[in-house]
Design a protein. Sequence first.
Length: 161
Amino acid sequence: MPFSARQLGLGFSILSGGLTLACMVLPILIRSIEEGFRAVPQEYRLGAAALGLSRRATLFHLLLPAAVPGVIVGLVLGVGRAITETAALIFTSGYVDRMPESLLDSGRSLSIHIYDLSMNVPGGNGNAYATALVLVILLLIINFTASLLAERWLHRRIIPV
């Protein structure tokens, strides 16, 4: 059991697994958001300063809309990694095959379920393939939804000339 799960007294739980995944995904998210903000031209910042816009107005009205593609990339990469992560979840959220009743109960992710079906259940390959298909479809739905929301948000925020 990881040190953080022991220190927080969470044991093998879904909450412990979620916190572990958040710590694993955070660097990817931070780096992609940082690169998204670096990709915004310096002229945007200079123009906002010349107009006397506050830092908050510059961030929310100029920089954030221009950095949305980088933010979306980070979210999609982070969610993709979190969904497919198996090793960290075995040691934090457990390996049981029952439905958890709360966030403090042990459970298993789809990727662990695929591993269990293919390795430990005789003749479980068909069910493992079906579960893998569900996982891929879920990942595609998340990617499509993120792209659609980003596109709608960008089109709503851009002022036509």
